[in-house]
Design a protein around this ligand. Sequence first.
Ligand code: CTP
Length: 446
Amino acid sequence: MVKVITYGSFDLFHEGHYRLLKRAKALGDYLIVGVTTEHYDESRGKLNLMDPIMTRIENVRATGFADEIIVEDHDGQKIDDIQRYNVDIFTVGSDWKGYFDYLNAYCKVIYLERTPNVSSTLRRNSLIRITKIGIIGTGRIAPRFLDESKYVSSVVVSCAYNPDKADGRRFQDRFQIRVYSDSFVEFLEQVDAVYVASPNETHAGYVWKALEAGKHVLCEKPMTFTCNETRELYDYANSKGKVLMEGIRTAYLPGFQQLINVARSGVIGEIRDVEACFSRLADPSSREMTDAKYGGAFLEYGSYSLLPVFKLLGIHYQDVRIDFITSASGIDAYTKILLRYETALGSSKSGAGVKSEGQLIVAGTNGYILAQSPWWLTRAFDVRYEDPNRIDHYESNFKGDGFRYEINEFAGKINGYGGASYKLTPEESIAMADIVERFMKKRGIL
Ligand code: CTP
């Protein structure tokens, strides 16, 4: 019996896929088809697949050519599969010509002529409208957004807005992108969506105006300073049929998702404590270090350290305690939030001008998860147990500075791929706004 194997993503199944599978089957008696997992595609830089893995598997199955379907989820797996399944022929389309010659050491490699003028990429591009995004605010984060947006094929940053003409002009000259200063309305007319990256106290105002004009909105945290306003904004976005997302970047990282999933899987037993710390010694003259009202540790970093607490313990805590110490400039230099749940405790620490160990520890009844600094850019974490010799180490895909995953989520929501908003739900975002409100009241700002 001649065994043949082939692999692919088979996204938005098309004629090219069908013809490839038909010819692959004809090369032998038994065809194995490897379908890539989302995780593997992400690690190969393919962030924009539209069909979930089960749909892609079903589409391959429906052709009737595959005798067996397996999933492909890591580099190097092909060599293993070929040996394990006693494969005689590896085949793939001619777009990969030469690339898989190294497999000749294990079986015969055949490149089949690719079907012209059809591909998943072409189909995705015809289904997806390129979203034109405008950036509101041209501060430190805007260049990073601009840079990372280039890795998300369905968006283009077309312009920016900054009411400060001199600042806007500098950004325009440096990044060769049109910056509007005079008319916010004119700026909005150029775009389908906005990314709000202006000073904290201006976020909510811009979100209202952009939604009113029918634009999708991705807003830096904190979106507002009150629970009610955040809820109203989500309701308003809903009523307008627009996407509204809070930009807590960590929530969208594959590594953070994996950490949450591993914690929830039960390997560390029942979760009893989630402790997260984020601190940064920022430039003493920077806005976050000097703006006593809207700067400071908690407003800048608190969303990151609250995120794992809410993701793992939920938003229904019994009690919350907020404490901080202020610096000479009047900002909160170090803030601790303690949350009590029925069977667990959560704590979020943020420091600006106070340095601590930035780590995330999730303690359970069987073991704990430790993610070292910078855990908020989750690349790796350990699961540890009573026996100090037993450590399970997890590493995850993390490209660029991680921004692209958030931008891709935003693009996916706008274009209707990527599924539900489970990575950061509106309810979680509203619960965070509630903590922000309590904090602002305690600081006497609200
Ligand atoms: N294929 C083909 N003819 C096409 C498109 C794909 O023969 N017009 C083959 C590929 O060479 C590969 C298999 O189908 O062997 C699965 O390819 P996949 O990468 O899933 O499809 P593409 O359409 O190439 O996807 P993308 O545009 O995302 O690269």
